[in-house]
Design a protein. Structure first.
Length: 159
């Protein structure tokens, strides 16, 4: 893939990709931007080996998902007890965004359930495509969707 083709594909998919990442990061726009930027850099650096332009969207989503997981693995919570008393909420959702309740609920389900829900309902990927992006079986995706819907239903009915 040439540089121009990569840029063209990025321009065509960046809005939906960023929307996916913002939801995956539970409304944390800054984190979503960081992950998007890192994902595009990783994609650009490996675009020479990428040969199927029709699958660019799924490919970049997979890179973004893996980048998100790597970020989460690297997170360490280090707050001493005195500082913790000052914390009123850990909600990082953009308060002006209309889907704040959904972001709060998404934050309380597992990352695997959240990713499957977002890719299926928000981005319109099929179960087979989600399985390829997350590198899991189709049955696991169905299970994540089922459990995610159940958990979200319970969390959103409490609001």
């Amino acid at each position: 893939m040439t540089r121009e083709q990569f840029i063209s594909h990025v321009e065509a998919t960046q809005k939906s990709f960023r929307r996916f990442l913002v939801a995956l990061c539970c409304g944390d726009n800054a984190l979503a931007d960081d992950i998007a930027q890192e994902s595009y850099i990783k994609g650009y650096l490996s675009c020479d080996s990428f040969s199927n332009p029709e699958k660019f969207s799924a490919w970049i989503y997979k890179i973004g998902y893996n980048t998100f997981l790597n970020h989460k693995r690297g997170e360490r919570l280090s707050v001493n007890i005195d500082d913790a008393k000052e914390i009123h909420s850990d909600d990082k959702a953009d308060v002006s965004f209309a889907y704040q309740d959904l972001y709060k609920a998404l934050k309380n389900i597992s990352a695997k359930e959240r990713t499957s829900i977002l890719l299926f309902y928000m981005q319109g990927y099929s179960i087979k495509e989600i399985a390829a992006i997350e590198e899991i079986s189709q049955d696991a995706v169905k299970q994540h969707l089922s459990r995610g819907r159940y958990h979200l239903r319970g969390l959103l009915s409490n609001n």
